[in-house]
Design a protein around this ligand. Structure first.
Ligand SMILES: Cc1ncc(COP(=O)(O)O)c(C=O)c1O
Length: 496
């Protein structure tokens, strides 16, 4: 198999590679079952990175042309290629899942996030050394002394943990009793069980636009219609929300009012009052996702929307992934007494209960008030990273739009016009930088291009290096566009 790669071509290297191999397969020159050279061999032979070859192989795999087996290598697929995912049977009137959902792009992104050679700004997660390992290990050991920690526990969660969480929530302005707290497998499970309890798939789920991809994917799997309401610098735009309420009469509105993922903005205090009023007027529940609420870098964070909720319109979600350790898989849901029993039944059918041993580890940690000092450290730790990102963006991302967030872990960038997000994301990966393309955050396709950079999991120098590489790539795209425009101009001139 002879492959020719042209570095000066407008086509990214991974695409050139994928298209040439695809042509060999399509023409029959490579027959089913043929073993392909390894990623390492192709990379060495052509002087390109392994990531470039791997990206090309991923594309071919996604098309059903190549099959890869751990330890054995990659082969031309035995069966004729079929559509990657069997088309979903949609209920009448249901909205097809967003395009990226069926394109393995999301799976690719998550795979890439773990690639050791990559400066990955893909996932909004803490770096390993931000996790207070010795104290968690001590608490885990302590919890493991009691045999009951290895049995099933109450579906609502361990009483001591619910008590500690009710105490912790005072810092977010929420005064509640442990009886209204349900322990969940992270905030993600909170969303899932609320949706399953309160909305039939026929009902519209309203979300901010952009929003957290996990909620879009969740709704897509339920074939639930998602309607987005745009966000400006003060949070969700309420006139637009009102229009949506009048048209669709939704029963649930999902919002991240504090340090929103991906934009980093917080809902203004005026809008907090107004959205609660709107929930009463149009009779919907708000799901408040507060996973970033404790991560403020300048002013104290705005208090939770739930703290203003006199009528029980807000179902509050907390998670410990961003502030302690994602591997604990623990979070909490707070809902009024009227809603909790039904939500609790859904939780029971979902996983019976969260792991008692992990809950006891967490409650021991919280009881010793370790989280307060840990959060202070964490805020300095992330603030330093955010400053590095903003400094690097000033220098390298001119031509892009961005705003400095006051908290959270996300840096949202509006890319210059004409950039294709998917190509940009894949080329960035080729250069060794992982980003999250903007399309993952929108329920519907739209024209503007964005990327999200998560700054939690890399030290400042690596973030600066990553952003400088992105800057070089943007410049290259700019030059390519100019070259194309001038060629098009010449062609027009010739025709004229
Ligand atoms: C807004 C938002 N909600 C929920 C989650 C998932 O949180 P958990 O790990 O607590 O399930 C994430 C993770 O990135 C997130 O950004």
């Amino acid at each position: 198999m002879k492959l020719v790669l042209e570095r000066a071509s407008e086509l990214p290297l991974y695409r050139q590679l994928a298209e040439q191999i695809r042509e060999y397969i399509r023409s029959g020159a490579l027959s089913p079952g043929t073993r392909l050279p390894t990623v390492r061999q192709l990379a060495a032979e052509h002087g390109i990175t392994r990531l470039t070859v791997q990206t090309a192989f991923n594309e071919l795999q996604a098309l059903g042309l190549v099959e890869s087996f751990v330890g054995r290598g990659s082969f031309v697929a035995e069966k004729p290629p079929v559509a990657l995912t069997a088309p979903l049977k949609l209920r009448e009137g249901a909205q097809p899942p967003p395009q990226w959902f069926s394109q393995t792009l999301f799976a690719d992104m998550l795979r890439l996030a773990d690639h050791p050679d990559l400066i990955s700004m893909v996932s909004a997660i803490p770096e390993g050394n931000a996790i207070p390992l010795p104290e968690l290990q001590r608490q885990l050991k302590q919890a493991a002394r009691d045999i009951s920690a290895f049995m099933y526990g109450p579906a609502q969660g361990e009483p001591e943990l619910r008590e500690e969480i009710a105490h912790l929530l005072l810092d977010r302005g929420i005064v509640t009793s442990p009886d209204t707290v349900l322990i969940t497998t992270g905030a993600q499970q909170g969303m899932d069980i609320v949706l399953r309890t309160l909305a039939t798939p026929d009902e519209v789920l309203v979300v901010e636009e952009p929003t957290y991809p996990g909620v879009i994917e969740l709704a897509a799997q339920r074939q639930q219609r998602v309607v987005g309401v745009p966000v400006d610098e003060h949070g969700i735009m309420l006139e637009r929300l009102e229009e949506v309420c009048k048209t669709y009469r939704p029963c649930l509105v999902y919002t991240i009012p504090t340090f929103h993922n991906p934009t980093g903005v917080s809902l203004s205090s005026e809008r907090r009052q107004q959205i609660l009023q709107m929930a009463r007027t149009y009779d919907f529940y708000l799901i408040e996702d507060d996973v970033y609420g404790f991560l403020s870098y300048r002013e104290p964070a705005p208090l939770a929307l739930k703290s203003l909720d006199a009528e029980g319109r807000v179902i509050y979600l907390l998670g410990f992934s961003k502030i302690l350790a994602p591997g604990l898989r623990l979070g909490a849901l707070v809902a009024g007494n009227g809603l909790l029993p039904e939500i609790l039944s859904t939780k029971r059918t979902s996983d019976l209960t969260c792991s008692p041993i992990l809950q006891r580890c967490l409650s021991g940690y919280l009881r010793k008030r370790h989280l307060t000092t840990h959060l202070q450290k964490l805020r300095h730790f992330y603030q330093e990273r955010l400053e590095a990102v903003c400094g690097a963006a000033e220098i390298h991302l001119s031509g892009c739009g961005w705003r400095k967030p006051e908290g959270g872990l996300c840096f949202w960038v509006n890319l210059p016009q004409g950039i294709n997000e998917r190509d940009f994301y894949l080329e960035a990966a080729e250069r060794g930088v992982g980003i999250m393309p903007g399309r993952a955050f929108f329920p519907q396709l739209r024209h503007e291009a964005y990327m999200r950079l998560s700054f939690g999991s890399n030290p400042p120098q690596r973030l600066i290096q990553g952003i400088s590489l992105l800057g070089e790539l943007l410049e290259e795209h700019g030059r390519r566009r100019l070259a194309l425009a001038s060629r098009a101009g010449r062609a027009v001139a010739q025709v004229v």
